[in-house]
Design a protein. Sequence first.
Length: 156
Amino acid sequence: MLTNDVKVGTLNRTGKPYQGHFNLSLMATLQQTSDRITSVYPHPNPLQGWVNGQLYVQTQEQFGIAITPDSVISDNGMQPYNPDPSLSNSMKFQFLAQQQNTRFAITMVCHDAEKKLFTRFKQENNPAFAKNRFHQAAVIWNVHANGKDIFYKVCG
């Protein structure tokens, strides 16, 4: 009798019927048992080529949105994250800002208001923008950040 975890004949991403079991824990246990038996009694391993995730050490490494170091926040004229709900109601990308630990999210130039601000700085011949002094430009830019249509920028 087949249980609910066994899916015989289900098509996988290649369009071919899946031959196996969808319970990864069971597959890992079978693979480890098969390896132990093979070391004593050589036989063809039906799970050859299958990667057993239980044989790897858990890493402490994290993936996702990077936390902005305090030194980068202060060097670029930004403010740290403020959980004040009265500020957050009108802000965009609040989750990103919280994860980055900055008052406003750090983004690339992507909104119309940011493009207009950049054009204004270039037209005013602002020395930081005219001479490609990126650190000075980021500090000047961040004074104008509001979390609605102008967001923080960083340089290194």
